[in-house]
Design a protein around this ligand. Structure first.
Ligand code: HAM
Length: 440
């Protein structure tokens, strides 16, 4: 039997309906915030991610799906969305657009060659947001408020927002030096990866999963103590705006994030619901004021976040949130014999084109099986085609909730659905009005 690759999922049935529902909520929320949808390629020149995400990050050193295409070009499946959006921002000169800042969102698959486990996939879906061209603290707070408000809209409660700041370049450099001095005598007690990180990017030691519980990391210097006045002031402003937006947060001075491009604000939102396991970060992001520059564009500030959709769906399940999924039908069209099959098809088309959710019998099974199928599909109405009745210009419609059966004039099926009532109950005058409307 052929099976799916490790760390990937087939999403279908009810689960797919839940995903579609949540995607709809996201699109709706984004239109309220006035963020435009952006779709960038699933693969890009390797350089976009290697340079953008950072050569020293775990993502680039161990997790990218790199390949050489048939034209001998080095390509990479996107491990995240930010670098591709920034590449597109530069290539399409969005910095020249009349409307500024550029506010975009995406919702698509990413690929990371990680060790698959609960909440950690090789093909993952991220909903993410990027704002380019605005360095105001107010936008940092807005960006953090988006996933928070998405969780509120979906009814997810057990979440915790952690924020921190890495400060500007000067503050980050000071902090980096302090970390180098601090870790120097302890270097041999750290894991192999951290020994390498010490050379290339000591901040990343704080993000290490292997050494996370060691005393050495727990006692390491914290970012806040190395901020210059500007950076401190900026962080205070972000916190002020978060309070204004009623976002509950905690400052977590150990939060540095695993990608190289961050400065100033960084944040993560954890799921706190029981049974989640260790991969409980639902969303993470931060400011990346040097990235556009690094990828060859004009110096432009940026901030964004990405949210793991698989983890979000898991949190919704664990919190037992019943999503209002509309998975019933308005009508199921049945027929007694093959002679009504063609009529069934054109009636289905007519109702569907007029906005009703309709399914029909395709295989000419027994009426008993058709009734069962209609129940399984949770159809509100059953339209039962019977040649004899149709010769008398009527069709039987059964309301599957009230169990009431009505004979409806063959030309008034649509009218029945529009008025949600039987023809016997409507006066001739109503009928005339309806027919006039139809003619118009
Ligand atoms: P990230 O922290 O690498 O950030 O990923 C964001 C979220 O994606 C994580 O918090 C997690 O929910 C989900 N995620 C990441 N890896 C996996 C995986 N292997 N399996 C399942 N879910 C996963 C970024 O990707 C940045 N681009 C975020 C950002 C946008 N920063 C600024 N703008």
């Amino acid at each position: 039997m052929l099976i799916k690759p490790k760390g990937t999922h087939d999403i279908y049935g009810l689960e797919a309906k839940k995903w579609n529902y949540v995607n709809g909520v996201i699109a709706d929320l984004m239109s309220k915030y006035n963020y435009d949808y952006i779709r960038t390629p699933i693969f890009e020149a390797s350089e976009v991610f290697h340079r953008g995400v950072g050569e020293t990050t775990d993502i680039v050193t161990k997790e990218t799906y790199d390949f050489v295409d048939r034209g001998d070009r080095n390509m990479t499946l996107r491990p995240e969305g930010t670098a591709g959006v920034v590449r597109s921002y530069i290539e399409n000169k969005m910095y020249g657009d009349a409307v500024q800042p550029t506010k975009v969102y995406y919702n698509g698959t990413m690929y990371r060659y990680e060790r698959p486990q609960s909440g950690r996939d090789r093909e993952l879906t991220q909903f993410g947001v990027e704002v380019l061209g605005c360095d105001e603290a107010i936008i940092d707070a807005e960006v953090i408020s988006i996933p928070v408000n998405l969780f509120k809209t979906l009814g997810l409660q057990e979440v915790k927002v952690n924020i921190n700041t890495l400060g500007d370049k000067e503050s980050r450099d000071n902090y980096r030096r302090a970390l180098i001095d601090y870790f120097k005598p302890h270097i041999n007690c750290l894991c192999e990866d951290c020994q390498e990180r010490y050379q290339k990017n000591p901040l990343r030691i704080l993000d290490c999963k292997v050494d996370a519980d060691s005393e050495i990391i727990k006692n390491a210097p914290i970012t806040i103590d190395y901020l210059n006045e500007e950076s401190k002031k900026r962080f205070d402003e972000v916190k002020k705006y978060l309070t204004l937006l009623e976002v509950d947060y905690e400052v977590n001075t150990r939060l540095v994030r695993g990608l190289d491009y961050y400065n100033h604000t960084v944040f993560e939102i954890e799921a706190k619901v029981d049974g989640f396991g260790s991969n409980n970060v639902l969303a993470g992001g931060g400011r990346y004021n040097g990235l556009v520059d690094l990828l060859g564009g004009p110096p432009t500030p940026g901030i964004g976040f990405a949210l793991g959709m698989g983890r979000l769906m898991m949190a919704l399940d664990l919190e037992k949130i019943a999503l209002p999924i509309d998975d019933g039908l308005d009508a199921y069209i049945m027929y007694v014999s093959q002679s009504e099959k063609e009529y069934a098809m054109s009636l289905a088309q007519d109702l569907r084109m007029n906005g009703y959710k309709v399914d029909m019998e395709y295989m000419g099974r027994s009426l008993k099986s058709q009734f069962k199928q209609a129940d399984r599909l949770k159809s509100r109405h059953l339209i039962i085609l019977n040649e004899e009745e149709m010769q008398n210009d009527v069709i039987k419609i059964k309301d599957n909730v009230t169990k009431e059966e009505t004979l409806v004039g063959i030309d008034y099926i649509l009218y029945y659905f529009e008025e949600k009532t039987s023809l016997e109950e409507v006066s001739d005058k109503d009928l005339e009005k309806y027919l006039e409307k139809e003619e118009e």
